[in-house]
Write a protein that binds this ligand. Structure first.
Ligand SMILES: Cc1ncc(COP(=O)(O)O)c(C=O)c1O
Length: 358
């Protein structure tokens, strides 16, 4: 068999992180439940490593083109990376990043640990200007839930010229649609809870980097803090990753069809869609009340936070107090699943038609 590194992403998703092809070896890496190991090896203790994590990390790392570390959640990954910023350092971040990441930055700023400069990631000139005195440039592209897209190469260049590290939260795009490390980013971050695991049953985070020094520092911090994944969670996420390409292909095709139909509906004031991926944000013409009505009256679409599962879910983002006030009250973030698109549309259309009346 040829070297796995020459395989295309769909094949990597299926083949990477498996035990060697030997008689009587299982095809899948088993779930290794161990808090400790017989002394004298590389692992020693359950907080320092686990073969099931390693299987997941090799697969995601190979897809992102770097070395991967898994964490207890996306936000545990974010916290571990933000911990690298020196006392008083400046972090440039998207004003519409995931609100949990923004909450961490605001908390660190309030405690005098660092300074945050919030930018519109779609405004490349503003971002590159803000990079000048940054220690870390935090990007999320597309952003959650405004779906703004950052032009990564010029931003990476400006950040590196200023001596800053660049981190890209790649949760929405997944490594199948965007590989930030190959565009020069230093670290890529995932809430693997979302598309990677893909079945709304796991909390998991991950990062990947090509910089060995950064990898060692981050691994040491993960060991020290203990923000490590559960073994079963890593196993489930790897199982989910095996089908990422087919799930995403179908969900994206559904999303593109729904965008076309939503754009023509009079109840919809604005459709935000970056042209790829399975997340759509719609702003309803009649604002927050209409958005609440939509999310409560459908039969198929589930009113739930989070995203990236096989089932279609949606929510009005401003129902969360932490969501930035610049996100419209009537914005509904839709995570498009892999159901039949006609059923998805029929379910939405009944309520949208009601909103516009006879
Ligand atoms: C873009 C993005 N990054 C990070 C996170 C945090 O991940 P987790 O919920 O796995 O901690 C989320 C969760 O919604 C997210 O959407």
């Amino acid at each position: 068999m040829s070297d796995a590194h020459t395989f295309r992403p769909a094949t990597v998703a299926v083949t990477s992180g498996r035990p060697p092809h030997q008689p009587d070896r299982p095809l899948n890496e088993p779930i290794t439940m161990a808090s400790t190991y017989v002394a004298g090896g590389e692992l020693e203790y359950g907080r320092y490593g686990n073969p099931t994590w390693t299987a997941f990390e090799s697969a995601l790392g190979e897809l992102e083109g770097g070395r991967c570390l898994a964490f207890a959640s996306g936000l545990a990954t974010v916290a571990t990376i933000l911990d690298l910023v020196g006392q008083g350092g400046t972090v440039v971040a998207p004003r519409h990043a995931y609100n949990g990441s923004l909450l961490q930055l605001a908390d660190l700023e309030a405690r005098g640990r660092l300074r945050t400069v919030l930018v519109d990631v779609a405004d490349t000139d503003a971002v590159t200007a803000a990079c000048e005195d940054a220690a870390l440039v935090w990007l999320e592209s597309p952003t959650n839930p405004a779906l703004e897209v950052a032009d990564l190469p010029p931003i990476v260049t400006a950040a590196h010229d200023a001596g800053a590290f660049v981190v890209v939260d790649n949760t929405f795009a997944t490594p199948l649609l965007q590989q930030p490390l190959s565009l020069g980013a230093d670290i890529v971050v995932h809430s693997a809870t979302k598309f990677i695991a893909g079945h709304s049953d796991v909390l998991l985070g991950a990062l990947a980097t090509r910089n060995d020094e950064l990898f060692d520092v981050l691994k040491k911090r993960r060991d020290m803090i203990g923000a490590v994944p559960g073994t079963f969670e890593a196993w489930l996420a790897l199982r989910g990753l095996r089908t990422l390409h087919v799930r995403l292909e179908r969900a994206q095709a559904n999303a593109q069809e729904l965008v076309r139909r939503l754009e023509g509906h009079p109840a919809v004031a604005e459709v935000r869609y970056p042209g790829f991926g399975a997340i759509i944000s719609v702003v309803l013409d009649q604002g927050g009340l209409a958005a609440d009505l939509l999310t409560h009256k459908t039969r198929l679409w589930v009113h739930a936070t989070s995203l990236g599962g096989v089932e279609s879910t949606f929510e009005r983002r401003r129902r969360w107090k932490a969501e930035p006030a610049t996100i419209p009250e009537g914005l509904v973030r839709m995570s498009v699943g892999i159901e039949d698109v006609e059923d998805l549309w029929d379910d939405l259309a009944v309520v949208l038609d009601e909103l516009t009346g006879p």
